[in-house]
Design a protein. Structure first.
Length: 675
């Protein structure tokens, strides 16, 4: 029996050329085996061969088995520079026997004429794939050879690496079918499109925002030194599975991307479930890639265990939780990723790629975005500038940076987009200077506490904590908004109704959610009426006192490790526990405004209001002792009175507004006596 070799159309530069050459050699061996089998087979010419057993065929099977035609292992085609099967075999440590078995299994997927040939050799027209016995016959291995049979076991490289599947486990071993995955066939033909099962789970690794190879890190760049050490470990070629614990979301991914880029190791990012791990590992093996894993599930043990077992693929796992030894039997290299605060300015400069005419360091100092978010923020800022039809400004960068700082704080707090500045504050010199210092601390905390190592240690964070104390309406909340505006951050006002819970332990859980989100968000956190949560501890007389003190103790510990910016306001400073006061960076006292400040507050509140020329503000400022908030309310009342008659605000309107504020407070109105 002879077969006709088809004419394959390939080029020398085509990765499929080497595979086609191997198919030619395999076809010749199949032809020899067919001729050998059909030489003395009484059913060779029977069109129904394989569908039934005749008496003559049974007697043929009962004869002594003659030695099979010895066939050598398929050699690598000579002169084929793009032989992906040879390259894959060398990288994964496959033997020539493994490569031959793999080629035999995938031949029907490349040339359909192998199907009837395999059906004939299997003595079953419905079995159109190679079986274990057929594959062993084609490579000239005895069917009873333990070494040859072991190459097809589940723990052997072909099956363990996901390159070959031995199907139909219910059949005897020799009659089981062999199947190569479609992704392997596509790769050998030159197609590097990831498997369809990985759609939505595999992403390109972000480009590092800093050229670490061109700018070796200095002694003050802890993140850069860490990247270089990890890159050196990746470049030495030894197997590596590492767990990168990140303190801030995105730092682990940025570190992995920078180290892989510096080491020259291509990689892909995997965010899928554990049942897709075999597919992503096979993809990495086929293309010689490393795998970076982010977005770990709540219970990551199964995922990490399966990834850690893949010792032939470099795997970097990034997550916020500390590594748990129960996650897998053989521990990966567990590392804590340092925050990339020091190199943030260089990352912004690299992402911009151009000189700007404003102070970039002061503009981006409050933000702690990972490298990929910095690049996205720069693109968004350029889009905003293009939309506005002008050059790139600090306002564009700040808005884009806030958009990239994802937050779940809105579930527990009310967000305020600051629309005020320092000109909106009417305060004495001392509290105003303290507010400027607070903004200064927030902007330079990474340099002072980190680079200059002035942190107290003991796991303490780099947060900035301030207390605003003063009577109602003296400008505490407005000052917090101004500080947030100065830093280019959003202000989140914590809703006490979403925090305080009557059940024991629930208040602490709610606060922990808030602090955790605040740690990963560039924002200013405001606890209004803070004495409701940060009150003094009391002597323990019953269980209620004990649990109340536990809440305060938790807050004291949590403030120690806080990395964000938190402001507390209170009308009663004496009610704040002294232990909290010690942990504060600044305590700003807001005094009740005197006559001159009240006059300035009236003038500021009326700056955009149409007023009559004869308005007398001096008398109302002198006669009515009102705080800034009450003065604004009085101006609003006066404005409504003027709008109702479609006229200008007069002194009588302002006087009526001030009187109403006195009445609301239950105070005696000057000139009216008791009311």
């Amino acid at each position: 029996m002879t077969t006709q070799t088809p004419a394959y159309e390939t080029t020398d530069q085509d990765p499929a050329a080497a595979l086609v050459a191997r198919l030619h050699a395999l076809r010749e061996q199949v032809t020899l085996l067919v001729e050998h089998r059909s030489a003395d087979d009484p059913t060779a010419g029977d069109p129904l061969r394989g569908l039934y057993l005749s008496e003559e065929a049974v007697r043929h099977l009962l004869r002594p088995v003659e030695p099979l035609l010895p066939v050598p292992v398929l050699p690598s085609p000579a002169g084929q520079p793009y032989d992906r099967l040879a390259e894959l075999s060398g990288r994964l440590g496959l033997t020539e026997l493994d490569a031959a078995l793999l080629l035999i299994a995938l031949a029907p997927d490349l040339d359909r004429t192998f199907e009837p040939l395999y059906g004939y050799l299997n003595d079953d027209v419905s079995r159109r794939r190679a079986t274990v016995s057929l594959a062993l016959d084609l490579v000239g291995a005895p069917l009873h050879s333990p070494g040859a049979r072991a190459r097809l076991h589940a723990t052997a490289p072909l099956c363990r690496l996901g390159l070959l599947t031995v199907e139909e486990p219910e059949r005897p071993f020799l009659s089981r079918s062999l199947r190569a995955p479609d992704r392997l066939v596509a790769h050998l033909l030159g197609d590097d499109t990831p498997d369809a099962s990985l759609t939505g789970h595999v992403h390109a690794l972000p480009t590092p925002s800093r050229p670490y190879d061109d700018q070796p890190p200095g002694s003050d760049d802890e993140f850069g030194r860490f990247v270089h050490r990890l890159a050196a470990r990746l470049a030495d070629g030894s197997p590596l599975t590492a767990y990168l614990r990140e303190r801030r979301e995105g730092d682990g991914l940025a570190c992995a991307a920078a180290a892989l880029h510096l080491a020259g190791v291509p990689a892909l990012r995997f965010t899928g479930p554990e049942d897709r791990v075999p597919d992503v590992l096979r993809e990495a093996r086929l293309r010689g890639l490393a795998v970076v894993v982010t977005g770990l599930p709540q219970q990551p043990a199964a995922l990490i265990r399966e990834l850690a077992d893949a010792r032939d693929v470099p795997v970097l796992i990034a997550g916020p939780r500390p590594y748990d030894p129960h996650w897998c039997d053989e521990d990966p290299l567990a590392l804590d990723v340092p925050p990339q605060h020091t190199g943030a300015l260089r990352a912004w400069s690299a992402a911009l790629g151009e000189e700007v005419d404003f102070d970039l360091a002061a503009t981006v100092a409050p933000y702690h975005l990972p490298g990929d978010r910095i690049a996205r923020a720069v693109l968004a800022a350029r889009s905003l500038a293009h939309f506005d039809g002008g050059p790139l400004t600090p306002a564009h960068l700040r808005l884009a940076a806030r958009q990239q700082s994802a937050s779940g704080l809105e579930q527990h707090a009310r967000r305020i987009r600051p629309a005020v500045d320092w000109h909106d504050l009417v305060l004495p010199e001392r509290p105003l200077a303290q507010l400027h210092e607070l903004a200064l601390r927030a902007r330079h905390r990474d340099r002072v506490l980190g680079d200059w190592r002035l942190s107290a240690g003991g796991g303490r964070g780099r947060g900035v904590l301030g207390l605003f104390a003063g009577e109602s309406g003296t400008g505490k909340t407005l000052s917090a908004e101004v500080v947030a505006a100065e830093l280019g951050l959003d202000l989140y006002v914590v809703q006490l109704s979403s925090v305080v819970d009557k059940y024991v332990g629930e208040t602490e859980k709610n606060l922990e959610r808030i602090f955790t989100e605040a740690d990963r968000t560039d924002a200013v956190l405001l606890f209004d009426e803070a004495d409701a949560v940060f009150g003094k501890r009391s002597e323990v007389k019953d269980s209620h006192d004990r649990y109340a003190n536990m809440e305060s103790a938790y807050l004291l510990q949590r403030l120690e490790s806080f990395d964000g910016i938190a402001l507390l306001t209170t009308n009663l400073r004496a009610n704040i526990d002294e232990a909290f006061t010690r942990r504060l960076d600044l305590v700003v006292d807001f005094p009740f405004p005197d006559r001159e400040q009240r006059l300035a507050l009236w003038q500021h509140s009326l700056s955009h209001v149409p007023c009559a020329e004869d308005v007398q503000l001096g008398s109302v400022a002198a006669d009515f002792e009102l705080a800034g908030g009450s003065i604004r309310s009085a101006v609003v009342t006066a404005a409504y009175l003027a709008a109702g008659r479609d006229g200008l605000v007069t002194s009588a309107d302002l006087l009526e507004g001030a009187r109403r504020e006195y009445r609301k407070a239950g105070r005696l109105v000057p000139g009216e006596g008791a009311w």
